[in-house]
Design a protein around this ligand. Structure first.
Ligand code: GLC
Ligand code: CA
Length: 559
């Protein structure tokens, strides 16, 4: 208890789409500075800013070519320093992405590494010679890349392959090499000494790779998605303990690892268990796909898989509580918009507000993703040019161009899950370009910015934005702040097919959260608790209803 980040409310900023201060169509650091007042108004006290380092932007900055410099798209080192000072004046802490798994192929280390087998930087990356099968050159292993195709790229210069589990412009660093680890220690320390308050550790589960042996998966694909070959291996924990000991432990910071994929609670505990001295918390992805999306019929609406979602919350809430800390969130820059994914067009406000209640009264440090607080939705993708994500373009090449999948089918299929959903321009007002810039933005503006935007929602007291503000305020500043931060989580009526019930309890204070995850009216039985107070209700109830309306959510103080 006591650590500042246990009482933080986070907000993730996708810098490229957030606010453009100099009208070149690209969001930037000064844009964030301009919006600090807005962030204070929202009430959050921690921001996570997506990468702003120098980069050729193959993967919007997750491909870093210089860790010690800011991309000219985003500003200067002075801008960063000013942002840190100004945010701190407003009691907002800042964490940034720590990108450890790879660099850009334009990073000096890689430029050197690829020159020759005896270059001093050769072992900064993972190189392996080709195999020859029936005289054909073949990759060192049959492992797939997360972004489509093989996880290896052939480099003619030395007739070897380098590993790249993301894009070909993102070669994986060789963490076995102590010199690489020293470089990372130095870089991490550099950013902490600038005054930032911690990190979100990008793709941290993948730092260790298993021996180079083919996957034996019997799947159709040529490259096998056996992510276990490079996810959550024991060696990752040695690397993190070293980083913790050499850097993290010297500062009062927060560290959050991205350990999505197929991470289990047991895996997560190895990262966050305090006695292991690795990370403070992790982001997992389990709750991101609890609907009928993957196998829905044409025209069928998306629908929450209530039981699956409740089971996943139960698993993570009870699995980590008392043993480590947790981070909670609906989406980040890699996932669809929650209002489209789990919300309901026909009950737009009700469902968006219910989702906020459902998530943000749980245990763990919460993170809102920019635009979520106003109910931003997925855009409509009409053709491949609407997509910006390198992984979609890779998949398009493989599925449509090489394997002749119908392009419309492809677009319909990927629209559901694409990372581009979260990356459209932040909707500030109903002015041209949604008030993001005076010039044409780098990415799509969702047409609905005329109705869904910050400016209009500030004045509408029933807006999603004002509802989020209320939740942030209750969580951080009300007499319920301790029970929300530290209270024991307990799910009630686990088998209920529509409602999600959970109790939070800290000392003698108890709060009960009830959310209707469906569009149905649901009668509720007499509660076995005495109601002391209605803390928040998305239907503005003054007393508890006998029948819950579609997507109704209520938080009660009980005894
Ligand atoms: C993480 C990031 C994602 C990025 C990848 C490679 O998953 O969230 O956006 O593409 O790592 O760095
Ligand atoms: Ca700009």
């Amino acid at each position: 208890m006591g650590k500042w980040w246990k009482k933080a409310f986070g907000y993730q900023i996708y810098i490229r789409s957030f606010k453009d201060s100099n009208n070149d169509g690209i969001g930037d650091i000064r844009g964030i500075i301009e919006k600090l007042d807005y962030l204070s108004y929202l009430g959050i006290n921690l921001i996570w800013i997506c990468p702003f380092f120098k980069s050729p932007m193959d993967d919007n900055g997750y491909d870093v070519s210089d860790f010690y410099n800011v991309s000219s798209d985003y500003g200067t080192m002075n801008d960063i320093q000013e942002l840190i000072v100004k945010a701190h004046q407003k009691k907002i802490k800042i964490i940034i992405d720590l990108i450890l798994n790879q660099t850009s192929d334009e990073h000096l280390w890689f430029q050197e590494s690829r020159k020759s087998k005896d270059n001093p930087y050769r072992d900064y990356y993972i190189w392996a010679p080709p195999r020859y099968i029936n005289g054909q050159r073949v990759e060192p292993t049959n492992w797939a890349s997360f972004f489509g195709g093989s996880c290896w790229e052939y480099d003619q210069q030395t007739n070897e392959y380098y590993m790249k589990i993301f894009s070909r412009k993102m070669p994986d660093l060789n963490w076995k090499n102590p010199r690489v680890r020293d470089e990372i220690v130095k870089m991490t320390d550099y950013w902490l000494s600038m005054g930032i308050d911690g990190f979100r550790l990008d793709a941290v589960a993948h730092l260790g790779k298993s021996d180079l042996m083919d996957s034996t998966y019997q799947t159709q694909e040529r490259y096998k998605p056996e992510w276990e070959k490079y996810s959550n291996l024991p060696i990752v924990h040695d690397y993190l303990q070293e980083l913790n000991q050499k850097v993290f432990s010297k500062y009062d910071i927060v560290t959050i690892g991205e350990v999505g994929g197929r991470a289990l609670v047991e895996d997560a505990l190895r990262y966050v268990s305090p006695k292991r001295r690795e990370l403070n918390m992790v982001f997992n992805f389990d709750h991101n796909w609890c609907n009928n999306g993957w196998n829905r019929k044409k025209g069928e609406k998306l629908k929450i898989d209530v039981q699956a979602m409740k089971d996943i919350f139960e698993k993570w809430q009870t699995g980590l509580q008392g043993k480590g800390w947790n981070a909670i969130y609906w989406l980040n820059h890699d996932q669809p918009r929650v209002a489209s994914h789990y919300g309901d067009r026909d009950y737009f406000h009700e469902s968006a507000k219910m989702l906020a209640v459902c998530m943000y009264f749980m245990w763990g440090t919460p993170f809102i993703y920019n635009g979520e607080e106003i109910g931003m939705t997925n855009p409509e993708f009409k053709s491949i040019v609407d997509f910006k994500d390198v992984s979609i373009h890779n998949q398009y090449r493989i599925n449509v161009i090489e394997n002749k999948q119908d392009p419309t089918d492809f677009i319909n299929y990927v629209s559901y899950s694409t990372r581009d959903n979260a990356r459209t321009i932040m909707q500030w007002s109903n002015d041209e370009y949604a008030g993001f810039s005076n010039d044409k933005p780098w990415n799509m503006v969702n047409d609905n910015y005329r109705i869904i935007n910050v400016k209009d929602e500030i004045v509408d007291k029933d807006s999603i934005l004002n509802f989020y503000r209320k939740i942030v305020d209750i969580r951080l500043n009300s007499k319920y702040n301790n029970v929300i931060a530290y209270g024991k989580y307990q799910q009630l009526k686990k088998e209920h097919q529509q409602l999600y019930f959970y109790l939070r309890q800290y000392r003698t204070k108890k709060i009960l959260v009830i959310c209707n995850l469906t569009n149905e009216n649901v009668k509720i039985d007499e509660l076995e608790y005495k109601i002391i107070n209605i803390i928040i209700s998305n239907y503005e109830r003054k007393e508890i209803p006998q029948e819950f309306a579609p997507y109704e959510a209520i938080v009660l103080e009980v005894e």
